[in-house]
Design a protein around this ligand. Structure first.
Ligand code: SF4
Length: 448
């Protein structure tokens, strides 16, 4: 979601006459797009601001803006930081050009956030957000031939540990036609893969007259766009609602990638209740079985939080058990850190010691790594189709095996990362790769 917002801001600023520079030292304006989901992300923003404060000592006219979730969460408090000139929440991002111009002209701090974040978005705000979505310039996308498209904004789920409902506001599904027009435009300008975004994208629901559209309808309609080849969606919430319809759309529509990111967060029913997740471990495993029965070859990824308040060794063992049964392709595992003003922060003591959180994190990672390794090994000798993203950031293959081409990185429809040698010009195109070596998270091979 933040990557999409960053792309939109870049496009809007370029349309207003700004140009990008890689160096903060040269910039007239520096914007930091922020995430509040974890404490660590916010700490990094504060450390960036400290660095920018030093630059501002010699360049006092430089304008620094904090945008996104942390801006909404901390509001005026951020203006107290010596480096900060602009504070702009996620719903006010369409105003960013105006805020920068005002600050540059009037040399005073500016703030634009939503006062009552859980109130319904006004028509004017919705219109501004919709107009801003179409500011997207395909030139500014970060990976060639790929683009994110927002299906929903906000969240109404109120998982007790999560800050999102308090910084991104109520859940709103965008009009299907607006989403499809956007995808059509992207496909016309060379985008081959779109990823539909929502905090609970599988809860997408839009009613127009007699008809209620769900994510499966969006997938079917987007599949009809000829130039588009792959469609993904993230993130899904474990719920029966629309689940089978979505799985059948995945199975029926060759353009929809067989990949599901379905965070479980814990394998203990007691902890799931405390997290306000509306399912049990058994319900969750039933959804996985359904997904694997309906969509052949589906790859599933999970998310877990270890060390949630009240998590005993038995609760943690239940999580290990779930991970073993789920056989995820990969898992994102986080140590719990309380987020201010969430229900867990207000009502539950952060009572699992840090060293216990760390050791549970390490243990769960090791369990998952073994599973990932076994699943990756199944690709040895097979040929896979990837959409090439570009140059691989770090060297992976033996240099002795290099054929003079650089190392490229691509992704399969099931979200496996594949590293191989090939011409740089393949970025943004599809390629077939024969897998010759595997590791838990990466496949290696040769271009066919
Ligand atoms: S579903 Fe839960 S974890 Fe996901 S964004 Fe909403 S409140 Fe946060």
């Amino acid at each position: 979601m933040n990557k999409l917002d960053t792309t939109l801001v870049i496009s809007a600023l370029k349309q207003a006459g700004f140009a990008l520079t890689d160096s903060a030292k040269e910039a007239d304006v520096v914007l930091i797009n922020t995430c509040s989901v974890r404490e660590h992300a916010e700490q990094r923003v504060i450390s960036h601001l400290g660095h920018l404060k030093h630059i501002k000592e010699s360049r006092p006219d430089m304008v620094v803006g904090v945008i996104g979730c942390m801006a909404q969460r901390l509001g005026a408090e951020l203006l107290e930081h010596e480096a900060v000139d602009i504070v702009c929440g996620p719903a006010q991002i369409p105003q960013i050009t105006k805020l920068i111009t005002q600050t540059l002209n009037q040399k005073k701090q500016t703030i634009a956030i939503t006062e009552k974040i859980r109130r319904k978005t006004t028509q004017n705000e919705s219109r501004a957000l919709e107009d801003f979505e179409s500011a997207y310039d395909v030139e500014d996308r970060q990976i060639p031939a790929q683009a994110y498209v927002r299906a929903m904004r906000g969240c109404d789920n109120f998982c007790t540990y999560c800050i999102v409902p308090y910084v991104r506001g109520p859940e709103v599904s965008r009009r299907p036609n607006a989403i499809l027009d956007q995808i059509r435009k992207l496909a016309d300008t060379g985008v081959r893969q779109v990823t539909l975004l929502g905090q609970r994208v599988n809860a997408y629901k839009y009613t127009s007259g007699e008809k209620t559209y769900c994510l499966a309808d969006l997938l079917r309609m987007a599949s009809g766009i000829e130039a588009l080849e792959w469609i993904r969606f993230v993130t899904s919430y474990p719920s029966e609602e629309f689940f089978e319809e979505i799985l059948h759309a995945m199975a029926d529509l060759p353009k929809v990638c067989n990949y599901l990111h379905l965070p479980a967060q814990s394998g203990s029913d007691k902890i799931l209740r405390a997290m306000n997740r509306h399912y049990t471990a058994e319900d969750y495993l039933r959804l996985l079985t359904k997904a694997r029965d309906i969509v052949q070859g589906i790859a599933i990824a999970g998310d877990f939080i270890v060390g949630f308040p009240g998590e005993t060794q038995d609760d943690f063992e239940a999580t290990v058990d779930l991970v073993k049964k789920a056989r995820y392709k990969n898992c994102f595992i986080f140590k719990y850190s309380p987020r201010p003003d969430t229900t867990a922060d207000k009502r539950l003591a952060d009572d699992v010691p840090l060293d216990v959180k760390k050791s549970r994190n390490t243990e769960l990672l090791a369990v998952q790594e073994k599973i990932s390794d076994e699943l990756s090994a199944g690709f040895l000798g097979k040929e896979v189709k990837v959409l090439v993203e570009g140059l691989s950031k770090k060297p992976h293959l033996d240099s002795a095996q290099s054929d003079g081409n650089p190392q490229l990185i691509g992704r399969t429809a099931t979200d496996y990362i594949v590293v191989f040698n090939g011409p740089k010009s393949l970025a943004g195109q599809f390629a077939n790769v024969k897998i010759t070596k595997t590791s838990p998270l990466t496949l290696f091979g040769w271009l066919m």
